[in-house]
Design a protein around this ligand. Structure first.
Ligand SMILES: Cc1ncc(C[n+]2csc(CCOP(=O)(O)OP(=O)(O)O)c2C)c(N)n1
Ligand SMILES: [Mg+2]
Length: 387
């Protein structure tokens, strides 16, 4: 009777076999998709006395997907234009709470939960769309009135309760489905489905390790200087820890963040300190890098080089119709300038180069690292909202 509804069902015929049966049953119950097991112990066996024993189940390591599978998923996630995550009960089973938050934040993906997945993601999180399916929220339903090119499902059978309200015309092109069990993969929604088989928490962690995009520690403290560069950070930088971004929006003297960030590193050497500044700021106070070198202050300077005083250049052009004195005829070579003062310095044209430079910079503990980021001069900054 119990066989079809348990992961293991047996009768213990002799008391001396109890330890083996019991250990095996516990291993079965806890391995993979957790579930009930059943042991039937006849009365005569139950009355026998056995030696006390310590239960030592051998739980096999979690099954995980291969690197190739994760790489493939990663490139689909990076290419996706309007991805969304659907979290099911499997997130509870895998205890993947931290991992799904990191995943969503790393790629800035909105998150909805199935009825069984309720409570797997903080509903107060800015990426939360709350529930989808039966009892779902208007926010989630509204989000899905426009098609998503990629749906990332984590630990859900996508039963009718979970996808009620998903109009077939809004079915995604692709699904990436994290699940321990393959039984229901690709059965509910007719879309190209990639199965990431195994424990969700481990697979998400491995995927994030592969991606390696979050190279700065989450408690990193940023100092934003005055110019377009800091407004990109204000708009796009995700800050998991409060009190980690300093920006002077009143006095706004160019170059101040360079000195601030050196002082901050000297007073708190154990903290990761990042200065965001422009080439104009660096022209004014970049020589303070020599102070950082002398003091051995391992501040990470990220200097956005667009060959101009961009915030003023674009602001004047928009408001007055022309800009004067805002473009450098001789642009600064930030890397050479920094190296001349004895700093560890990089020039980056691509995201890959930037990631490598940040990684190397974080491992350079004896003095400052200056990372020159070459910026498209025609990039439109968020400052143009200013009247
Ligand atoms: C000492 C000082 N002079 C002038 C300004 C006006 N101002 C604000 S932002 C800016 C341009 C900053 O240039 P850059 O550091 O290259 O940053 P970008 O805007 O190009 O990112 C200027 C001139 C200022 N804030 N402080
Ligand atoms: Mg500039």
């Amino acid at each position: 009777m119990f066989d079809p509804v348990t992961k293991f069902s047996a009768r213990v015929d002799r008391a001396e076999s109890f330890q083996n049966y019991f250990t095996h049953a516990i291993e079965k119950a806890l391995h993979g998709v957790k579930g009930p097991v059943h042991l039937s112990i006849p009365m005569d066996v139950l009355l026998e006395e056995i030696e006390p024993f310590v239960l030592q189940p051998k739980i096999a390591p979690h099954m995980v997907a291969t690197k190739e599978v994760l790489h493939h998923a990663l490139s689909s996630i990076q290419d996706a234009k309007r991805p969304v995550m659907i979290l099911g009960k499997g997130v509870h089973a895998s205890q993947a709470y931290e991992e799904v938050i990191q995943f969503a934040e790393a790629f800035n993906i909105p998150v909805m939960t199935t009825p069984g997945g309720k409570g797997t993601f903080p509903t107060t999180h800015e990426l939360s769309l709350d529930g989808f399916g039966l009892g779902g929220s208007d926010r989630a339903a509204d989000y899905l009135t426009q098609k998503s090119d990629l749906v990332i499902v984590i630990g859900s059978k996508l039963s009718d309760m979970s996808i009620v309200g998903l109009d077939p015309s809004r079915y995604p092109e692709t699904i990436i489905h994290f699940d321990y069990d393959h039984t229901f993969i690709g059965k509910s929604i007719p879309a190209e489905t990639h199965h990431i088989l195994g424990d969700a928490a481990s697979n998400i962690k491995n995927l994030l390790d592969l991606w390696d995009g979050e190279t700065l520690p989450i408690e990193t403290v940023f100092f934003g200087d005055d110019g377009s560069h800091s407004f990109y950070a204000i708009k796009h930088l995700s800050l998991p820890v409060p009190g980690t971004f300093y920006f002077d929006d009143v006095f706004g003297a160019m170059g101040h963040a360079i000195g601030y960030s050196i002082g901050a590193k000297v007073s708190k050497p154990e903290k990761s300190i990042v200065c965001l500044a422009g080439d104009g700021c660096f022209f004014m106070h970049g020589n303070e890098i020599s102070t950082a070198v002398d003091l051995g202050a391992a501040t990470l300077f990220v200097i956005f080089n667009n060959g101009r005083l961009d915030m003023v250049d674009k602001g004047m052009s928009k408001n007055v119709g022309k800009a004067e004195g805002t473009r450098f005829k001789q642009e600064l070579d930030v890397q050479k300038f920094s190296e001349a003062m004895g700093a560890n310095a990089y020039k980056c044209w691509t995201l890959e180069e930037l990631k490598t430079a940040i990684k190397d910079g974080l491992n350079h503990h004896d003095g400052p690292t200056v990372i020159e980021v070459m910026v498209d001069q025609e990039e439109i900054p968020p400052t143009l909202q200013r009247g």
